[in-house]
Design a protein around this ligand. Structure first.
Ligand code: NAP
Ligand code: ZN
Length: 349
């Protein structure tokens, strides 16, 4: 039997989200039915609802930061049992056979990973995300949420957490390394907590000093305003790694100037507009300009265990379903501290 479930959907590009009802598929042998407890609001949800990346599919039920409890499992599922606390991130399927899937980097599946929403499954059906009461996901794309992380603060780890954990690991952030986190929002505040827990010396580069106290409390040693031109002189040549989490276009050359020789600036921010840089900003110092997209499923589980071990969760503001459009406005204007999560029990058709 298929399940109908209340959800929140954007009917068309840039339109306000509104309550609706969607159908979840019958459980296949390897499926897990999850009662959603909380769904985080990622800036990527806003980019896609506003069609800033192009190619959006409507109606759209966003949500790829899902935390909840297993409500039922398919006949062949042995990994999860009813009642377990689980999470789902940005992907719900991949081919499982290509070199990237085999390497645990399902996000780069050569057939294309199936996004949790705003995508089409291998069965030809559109995918609908976590802004809903229930979701059905293949067991291999479900992660276990360790005891000790509450579901509300766990939800944002499924995208914002893994998206920052993965490049920090990949670029060797740890003791003795100086790392700058650009943008102190949903991704940025988790990046600060994670990089500090990894043992690095962390600096926040934010547009203003409004959130300085929070940044220092969450583990940063320094906090500078990028609106102050002197910042770019003071910090010249300082960092081993710069993680850019900004959702808008940035003057990349200015930031490359803050790297040490051999340093790397890694972009995870995904603005609709192109970023540009001057070739000499890299040549003069053998610097690297890189990108990183979420992380694989095994690495997501590793990140959740790391967070449990270090007492890391997101700083959240819990909202009800009828506050979603207001929350989108606040995220779009950098007025979020530091992740909105929707209490899924308030979603009614
Ligand atoms: P967010 O909560 O809105 O945080 C973005 C932060 O960027 C803001 O808090 C603000 O920080 C800064 N910012 C915004 N506009 C700016 C501007 N015009 N100039 C300079 N700084 C600005 O967003 P998020 O959810 O963390 O997502 C950040 C970006 O990462 C989005 O583009 C999202 O789509 C992308 N993303 C990528 C991946 C991936 O796999 N690579 C995964 C998830 C999200 P301050 O107030 O501190 O300046
Ligand atoms: Zn996201």
């Amino acid at each position: 039997m298929t399940t109908t479930t209340p959800a929140i959907a954007a009917p068309a590009a840039g339109q306000p989200l509104a309550p609706t009802t969607i159908v979840r598929r019958d459980l296949r042998p390897d499926d897990v039915l999850i009662d959603v407890a909380f769904a985080g609001i990622c800036h990527s949800d806003i980019h896609q609802v506003r069609e800033e990346w192009g190619g959006s599919i409507f109606p759209m039920v966003p949500g790829h930061e899902i935390a909840g409890v297993v409500a039922a499992v398919g006949a062949n599922v042995t990994k999860y049992q009813v009642g377990e606390r689980v999470g789902v991130g940005c992907m719900v399927d991949s081919c499982g056979e290509c070199e990237y899937c085999v390497a645990g980097t399902e996000q780069f599946c050569v057939k294309g990973n199936v996004p949790t929403y705003n995508g089409v499954g291998f069965d030809g059906e559109n995918t609908y995300g976590g802004y809903s009461r229930q979701v059905v996901v293949k067991d291999a794309f479900v992660c276990r949420i360790p005891e000790g992380i509450a579901l509300d603060v766990a939800a944002p780890l499924l995208c914002a957490g893994i998206t920052t954990y993965s490049p920090l690991r990949q670029w060797g952030v740890g003791p003795g390394k100086k790392v700058a986190i650009v943008g102190f929002g949903g991704l940025g505040h988790l990046a600060v907590k994670l990089a500090a827990a990894m043992g690095a010396e962390v600096t926040v580069l934010s547009q203003s000093l409004k959130k300085q106290e929070d940044g220092l409390k969450l583990g940063a040693k320094d906090y500078y305003a990028t609106s102050d031109e002197a910042t770019f002189d003071t910090l010249r040549g300082r960092f081993d790694v710069i993680l850019n989490t900004v959702s808008a276009k940035l003057p990349v050359d200015l930031y490359l100037g803050l790297l040490r020789v051999g340093g790397a600036m890694v972009n995870v921010g995904a603005p609709g507009e192109p970023l540009s840089y001057n070739a000499f900003s890299l040549l003069g110092g053998n610097k690297t300009l890189a990108g990183s997209m979420i992380g694989g499923i095994a690495e997501t589980q590793e990140m959740l265990e790391f967070c449990a071990e270090h007492g890391i969760g997101a700083e959240v503001e819990t909202i009800s379903a009828d506050q979603v459009n207001e929350a989108y406005e606040r995220v779009a204007t950098s007025d979020v501290r530091y992740r909105f999560v929707i209490d899924a029990s308030t979603i009614t058709a």
